[in-house]
Write a protein that binds this ligand. Sequence first.
Ligand code: FCB
Length: 476
Amino acid sequence: MTREQYLKLSSILAAGTLLPHNLLAEIFSPEELKRNDFGKDFIWGTATAAYQIEGGWNEDGKGESVWDHFVHEHKGKIKTHETGDVACDFYHRYESDIELMHKMNIPASRFSIGWSRVLPQGTGAVNQKGIDFYHRVIDKCLKENVEPWVTCYHWDLPQALEEKGGWANRDSIKWFEEYVNVISKEYGDKVKNWMVFNEPMAFVPLGYLIGVHAPGYVNFSKFYKAVHHVTMSHGAGGRILRANVKGATIGTTFSCSHVDAKNDKPANVKAARRADAFINRLFIDPVLGLGYPKADLPACKHIERHMLDGDAEKMKFDFDFIGLQNYSRMVIYQLGLIPIIHFANVPAKKLGHDTTDMGWEVYPEGIYNLIKKFGAYRNIPKIIITENGAAFPDENVNGEINDTKRIQFLKDYLKQVLKAKQEGVNVCGYFIWSFMDNFEWAEGFRPRFGLVGVDFKTQQRTIKASGKWFSEFLSK
Ligand code: FCB
């Protein structure tokens, strides 16, 4: 027994309390989580997205994406008036960045392909230089023993397609099929892990309903149509990947938040159910063959208006895994004034827990609740946490970034993941958002999510204390 264990135990015995099992465990094994606790097949990695890190926005034949367009034409919508034109300059620095991943023992890298880099107009002619770029990235990952996990779409629709109506145009299903066909044929021999979409519940409402992300519309009709076309594209993309990639593991990713009602007033409890249907189920349920969650979310009737014969079948796809992305939770009350959803959430700072630099509540139990919730769906074979992480105001002091809050956040969330796993849910991977600080959409470069700090003036990378912690954790 160590001195510390002895002191803890004697103070508890002196107080005359009985020792519950978990307290004993806490005293005798207070040491950190171990990689081994999760089993040897558990997948560990970090995540990024093309627009947030690549830069090279108009180089080597790349076409304009909705985000290129948005940051240039609607500067005011980015809080810091910045753009992702250069971002982390990954387009030119991918080799040293992937070497850094290797050095940090990171076994897998989740990244996305920029649609307008490979198909500048979205459909039609391919851009060979763009195609070659992702070959080089993938080859470098394989060389460094970093398994590539590719997201087909992380929010950067080619602007040429937005000009034809974007996701609100039913042709988007065909455009997306063409794109997924190109990339899966091109890279399918080397890449076995694929995700169709990143977080439809973020890019569809933020882009078409409240207009804070590209393409910046506040338009109910576009929103309803886009929900349905993205849902249809889930199934369509999945089927193309299945046909083109031998031995593929195919998933897709959803943002989700544990939802609590503000109190037990019936109107708030009902609003919380509606919020859960909107935030967590609107996109998942139909791809699992359960249809839109209209019993809890009446607004689904506006979406179903856009369904054609046969769509219910085509929306379904047998994914090998579902990617859950979680940052925070929502505490909900009824608010009739809010169109479509009729609920609002209590501001995080009023909930009595810490918040991150995004203003999001730190609530580790939430990830456990979500894993249990989705683990109980009959038709989800595997869950992977494809994003989890936190932004805190890091400070670089003489070349050191001592981000202890981030380390604590990751440990606390990971403990909850482990708890769900130990209770029998098939959760089999965890990706930290993000490998390095990057362009955080409408927030600009201010929020820093990386395990690696980036000085955006010099592009210098600094492994933060959290990066060192993760690297050490992975080495054991
Ligand atoms: C997720 C996005 C990702 C990043 C993190 C903080 O919703 O998928 O691109 O912005 O949030």
